[in-house]
Design a binder for this molecule. Sequence first.
Ligand code: URA
Ligand code: SF4
Length: 184
Amino acid sequence: EELRQECLNCRKCGLCQTRTNVVFGVGKEDAEVMFIGEGPGQQEDLKGEPFVGRSGQLLDKLMATVDLFRDRNIYIANTVKCRPPQNRDPEQEEIAACMGYLRNQVALIRPKIIVCVGRIAAMTLIQPDYKVTRQHGEWIQKNGVWMMGTFHPAALLRNPYNTKNGFADFLSLREKIQELGIKI
Ligand code: URA
Ligand code: SF4
């Protein structure tokens, strides 16, 4: 709660000037599985909650296929907490300025699994030259946390050809959850 309050008042980067709401994160604070997206879009900026627009609806559907729900067993946050104007990619300086919040969220929630949703999150958290088309669904362990990158739902909506591959990543996520004996 302290971290949330600090974040809601944040002015550490230029995105504070154009945001409507800070989008801190949503879900269970004792979740074993955490999803991390890129940054708020228009709907998220208006509502103050991550993944509530068209992408979010698809993400919710994909999560539901493997029994994951934001009000029950996961936590969702973004790499940057304020919307980049016109939904442009967040800049390196903005990501760097915001990183402390995400770091602290992960430290407090202590998930066993982190799913990076889209290129920006995977580049930030897994590997700077991460390639989603080539590496999606691959598991790596970092500081004792299992991590995987997958397609951003916006990319699936643009190119439904990828939907099958995106869905396969969620099946792999379900296997990992079972393998680790996580109760969801
Ligand atoms: N896209 C993201 O990466 N995050 C959101 O919260 C919404 C859309
Ligand atoms: Fe602060 Fe992050 Fe918002 Fe920038 S994007 S103002 S660092 S909360």
